[in-house]
Design a protein around this ligand. Structure first.
Ligand SMILES: Cc1cc2nc3c(=O)[nH]c(=O)nc-3n(C[C@H](O)[C@H](O)[C@H](O)COP(=O)(O)O)c2cc1C
Length: 176
């Protein structure tokens, strides 16, 4: 699958996952894709923790309420360091967003499914902090996103996107 095909084949997957384990080799490829993403001033503020140990996954799932991705054989947790790239400019959100999208594309290209779970774990109940504690994340790092990874049982639904012409133009806003 080339990158353009992976971009169109990627959809958020919230269905059940097969038990089939994800080899470490594939997890490393996915994480390398994430770490290869651009970052503001190359500050590389994003770090990753893949979890494929069933006992640790169970601990994470015990704090993710309501549960999401609980049937996936593994998951990748995304960490950020909110440091400034220059002066008072912090690009940590852009940095980890680029890393996440790279990983979602790699996940798709390797035949797995995932979903970008950020809102769910960073809401007022701060599930992310409980997850960070379980994973011994040190001070200065924030856990911001949870990506379950595995083979999907079903096909993901492709959500409706606005028409190209509503959001993209040539040579000026609304131009043709
Ligand atoms: C910053 C961000 C946070 C997200 N958080 C969640 C989430 O907490 N739960 C969830 O089910 N999907 C979450 N998503 C996935 C979006 O709902 C999904 O990308 C969107 O509905 C479009 O669907 P698609 O990914 O299939 O194109 C998040 C996506 C982004 C970019």
């Amino acid at each position: 699958m080339n990158v353009i095909e992976a971009i169109s084949a990627r959809h958020s997957y919230r269905g059940k996952f097969k038990d089939t384990p994800v080899p470490r080799e594939d997890l490393v490829k996915i994480m390398e894709a994430g770490l290869s993403a651009p970052s503001g001033c190359n500050k590389q503020t994003t770090s990753l923790i893949a979890v494929d140990d069933k006992a640790i996954l169970a601990k994470l799932h015990a704090v993710i309420d309501p549960p999401v991705g609980e049937t996936a054989p593994c998951a990748i947790c995304v960490l950020t360091q909110r440091i400034n790239a220059y002066r008072d400019k912090c690009f940590a959100v852009q940095d980890y967003s680029a890393a996440i999208e790279n990983m979602l594309l790699a996940i798709t290209a390797l035949g797995y499914r995932s979903c970008w779970y950020e809102g769910h774990i960073t809401d007022d109940d701060k599930i992310c902090d409980k997850m960070a504690e379980i994973l011994n994340v040190p001070e200065g790092y924030e856990l911001v996103c949870f990506l379950p990874v595995g083979k999907g049982v079903e096909e993901p639904a492709a959500p409706k996107k606005k028409a190209f012409a509503e959001r993209a133009w040539f040579n000026g806003f609304g131009g043709k």
